[in-house]
Write a protein that binds this ligand. Structure first.
Ligand SMILES: *Cc1c(COP(=O)(O)O)cnc(C)c1O
Length: 369
C-alpha cells in the first residue's frame, strides 16, 4: 500500500504515465480479488466497506426492480447494515419487508424463507455467516430458491470472505458484499460483487469510475491492500481454519467445563471457525468486558458497531434469549496470532471474573431482600 500513499499519488483516471501505473495496480488488485472468489473482473465493484456494499446492493437492486414489485425478504439476524437499508425501503419507498425468523441455534430455515416469497418479491438478502454468533447460513439452498423464481439474491459475506471457501462460479449468488478489515486488510475499503445481468442502480453517481456503477476516485492504496490481504487469507485458509477451530473448541470446552450455568449461543456445527459466544446466567456482559480489558483480553458483547448502546443484541433476542440473558452474553473470537496459552489464560480469568460478578450480584440481592 505504501507506494500509493507516498510515491505514486496519482489519480488512476488521469492520462499521465504515473496515473496509468496506479490504474494498473487497481486492475491487478481486481484480478486478484475475482480470482480468489471465482468472479469475473467486470463483476467486482470497489466500495468503502461492508456497509456501503450492503446499502448499494439492497437499495440498488430493490429500487431498480420496484416496477416488478415492492416486496423484499431478509432474516432477523442480519447486520444493521442490511436491516436499516431494508427499513429505509419500507419507510421511505413503501416496500414490504418480510423478516424471516431463525431457529434457536441461529440458522435460517430455507422452507420458512420460501413461505414468505411472493410473485412481487424483487430481492432476497441473507448473510452467509453471522458476525455475533458465527452461524453459517444455507445460502446455497436459499440461492436455489431465488434462482428458481428469478429473484436476485444478495449475500452479506463480510464474515466469510477469507475465512471459508467462496466460489461464485457455482454459488447461486447475484450480489455479494465483502469488507477488507474483516480479513486483516485496511479499514474503509470493501467490494460488491454484482453478477452480470443483475438489475442494479448505482448508489453513488458522479464520475465514470467502476464502469459508471460507483462514482468517486478509487482508494488505490486501500484496494491494493485489500487484494493482498485476501490473497494471503486464501493462501493459508486451511491452516488458519484448523488453527482457529482448535483454539475455539478448546475455549468452548473449558468454559463449559469450568463455569456452571453457561450456555453457548449459535449452532456448534454450522459455525465460523473463529467464533465463540456465551451467555453466563446472572452476569452483566458490559462489566465483564471492562474487567476483561483490564486483564488484557479484548472481547465484545454484541456487535462492535452497536456497543455503547444499552439495547440488547437483536441477534441474541432473535434466537430466543431474554433481554437479561442477551446482556449477559460475551463474544470471543480468535485470530491468526492467538495461541493456546492465551486460551488457557482467558478461561482462568473468566472463571474468576464470572464467579466474582455472581457473588457481588447475590450479595446485592440479599442486601435488598
Ligand atoms: C463488519 C460487518 C459489516 C460492516 O462492514 P464495514 O466494513 O465495517 O462497514 C457488515 N456485515 C457484517 C456481517 C459484518 O460483520
Amino acid at each position: 500500500m505504501e507506494p500509493f500513499l507516498s510515491q505514486n499519488y496519482a489519480n488512476p483516471s488521469s492520462i499521465y504515465r504515473m496515473a496509468q501505473a496506479a490504474r494498473s495496480a487497481v486492475d491487478a488488485a481486481r484480478d486478484t480479488i475475482v480470482g480468489c472468489l471465482g468472479a469475473r473482473s467486470d463483476e467486482m465493484i470497489f466500495t468503502s466497506g461492508g456497509t456501503e456494499s450492503n446499502n448499494a446492493a439492497i437499495k440498488g437492486t430493490a429500487l431498480a426492480r420496484q416496477m416488478a414489485g415492492r416486496h423484499v425478504v431478509t432474516s432477523a439476524i442480519e447486520h444493521h447494515a442490511v436491516l436499516y437499508p431494508m427499513q429505509e425501503l419500507q419507510e421511505r419507498f413503501h416496500f414490504d419487508v418480510a423478516i424471516v425468523p431463525v431457529s434457536s441455534s441461529g440458522v435460517v430455515d430455507p422452507t420458512w424463507l420460501q413461505q414468505t416469497l411472493r410473485p412481487e418479491t424483487v430481492l432476497i438478502s441473507c448473510m452467509w455467516a453471522n458476525n455475533e454468533i458465527g452461524t453459517v447460513q444455507p445460502v446455497e439452498e436459499i440461492g436455489k430458491l431465488a434462482r428458481d423464481l428469478g429473484v436476485p439474491f444478495h449475500v452479506d459475506a463480510v464474515q466469510v470472505a477469507g475465512a471459508l471457501t467462496i466460489d461464485l462460479r457455482h454459488a447461486p449468488i447475484d450480489l455479494m458484499s465483502i469488507s477488507a478489515h474483516k480479513f486483516y486488510g485496511p479499514k474503509g475499503i470493501g467490494a460488491l460483487y454484482v453478477r452480470r445481468g443483475t438489475p442494479w442502480w448505482p448508489l453513488l453517481v458522479g464520475g465514470r469510475q467502476e464502469r459508471n456503477r460507483r462514482a468517486g476516485t478509487e482508494n488505490v492504496a486501500g484496494i491494493v491492500g485489500m487484494a493482498e490481504a485476501l490473497r494471503l487469507a486464501c493462501l493459508d485458509r486451511e491452516t488458519a481454519q484448523a488453527h482457529a477451530c482448535a483454539l475455539r473448541d478448546c475455549l468452548i470446552a473449558e468454559v463449559m467445563r469450568r463455569i456452571p450455568n453457561t450456555h453457548v449461543n449459535g449452532d456448534l456445527e454450522r459455525r465460523l471457525p473463529n467464533n465463540a459466544n456465551f451467555t453466563f446466567d446472572g452476569v452483566q456482559g458490559e462489566s465483564l468486558l471492562v474487567a476483561l480489558d483490564l486483564a488484557g483480553i479484548m472481547a465484545s458483547s454484541g456487535s462492535a458497531c452497536t456497543s455503547g448502546s444499552t439495547e440488547p443484541s437483536h441477534v441474541l433476542t432473535a434466537i430466543g434469549l431474554s433481554d437479561d440473558e442477551a446482556r449477559g452474553s460475551l463474544r470471543l473470537t480468535v485470530g491468526r496470532e492467538s495461541t493456546m496459552e492465551e486460551m488457557v489464560r482467558t478461561v482462568d480469568v473468566l472463571v474468576h471474573l464470572v464467579e466474582r460478578q455472581r457473588l457481588t450480584a447475590s450479595k446485592t440481592q440479599r442486601a435488598t431482600a
